[in-house]
Design a protein around this ligand. Structure first.
Ligand code: SF4
Length: 283
């Protein structure tokens, strides 16, 4: 049987880098070790880290209780005031903010200094967007759709800078930018969308169109895995959504000639390899 594993399956560059940084800190015994929020939306990884002594801080109040140790900032990044809080507590900071997100923080700060009001196109409740907003000033605003955009005040006479949440859909970003442009504002548009998600989707779609069965691995609550599953199912009706190898029904793939495998952004390599090895050996 031919088995094709997507090159882009699993962690993107930024998440892999952040997770590795946590394991590096454990190796260096820089304890006590904390992460600001779960380092990744994968229960197995978070549990493994907990077993190794890594604690998750879930609120700013918890930062105020720290007196020592190392705090790791995850790939989503955080606002400037969080760095200030951590410094004031005297803890060591390990900044695992994805460099693509860090770049947006710099843009927001610089553009503010140059007098532009920053508009972030994204979801205000997403931690990455909260972090980006935290590098702006009181004028910084977030919009995610036309409805929200129409409720914004007039910016006539102001200079604007538009950036995007890294995982925002490009077409929706383009549509909103066009609407801003139609209003005749002086706008600097910086497309800060990261291609990791799109590349994973394009590759999954291509593989699904070539194989008899497709396996998509990822957490049931992972929206990017669900999206991958939907894309693959359009191309290959025998597409299976599994969290781990245990969910794979052997009968589903034992009579096909080719199988494709992809995985969501929070799926560790170990699980992908386990599924790959088992599909190859057993079927
Ligand atoms: S910006 Fe891209 S590479 Fe960085 S964490 Fe987000 S999706 Fe991953």
């Amino acid at each position: 049987m031919e088995v094709i594993v997507a090159k882009t399956a699993g962690f993107c560059f930024g998440v892999e880098r952040a997770v590795n940084q946590v394991y590096d800190q454990i190796k260096n015994e820089n304890g006590p070790i904390y992460t600001l929020g779960p380092i990744i939306h994968n229960e197995e990884v978070v549990r493994d880290l907990e077993e190794k002594g890594v604690k998750v801080l879930n609120s700013e109040n918890e930062i105020l209780t720290l007196t020592e140790g190392t705090v790791i900032i995850r790939s989503h990044g955080v606002g400037k005031h969080i760095y200030d809080m951590l410094k004031a507590q005297g803890v060591q900071i390990v900044d695992a903010t994805c460099p693509f997100v860090k770049k947006i923080h710099r843009i927001v700060q610089e553009q503010n200094l140059q007098g532009r009001r920053v508009i972030i196109i994204g979801d205000e409740t997403h931690p990455e967007v909260e972090g980006i907003k935290g590098w702006g000033d009181a004028r910084t605003m977030v919009v995610k759709n036309e409805e929200q955009m129409e409720k914004l005040p007039s910016f006539t006479g102001e200079k604007l800078c538009i950036v995007s949440q890294t995982t925002f859909n490009y077409n929706k970003f383009k549509d909103l930018v066009e609407k801003f442009e139609k209003k005749g504002y002086d706008i600097l548009v910086l497309n800060t969308i990261c291609n990791a998600t799109q590349e994973r989707q394009v590759e999954a779609e291509r593989i699904a169109s070539q194989v008899d069965a497709m396996i998509v691995i990822g957490g049931k609550n992972s929206s990017n895995t669900r999206k991958l599953y939907e894309i693959c199912q359009k191309e290959c009706k025998d597409t299976y959504y599994i969290q781990t190898l245990d969910d794979l029904n052997p009968e589903s793939v034992n009579s096909v000639r080719s199988v494709g495998i992809t995985a969501g952004a929070s799926t560790p390599k170990k699980i992908i390899e386990e599924v790959h090895t088992n599909v190859r050996i057993k079927f």
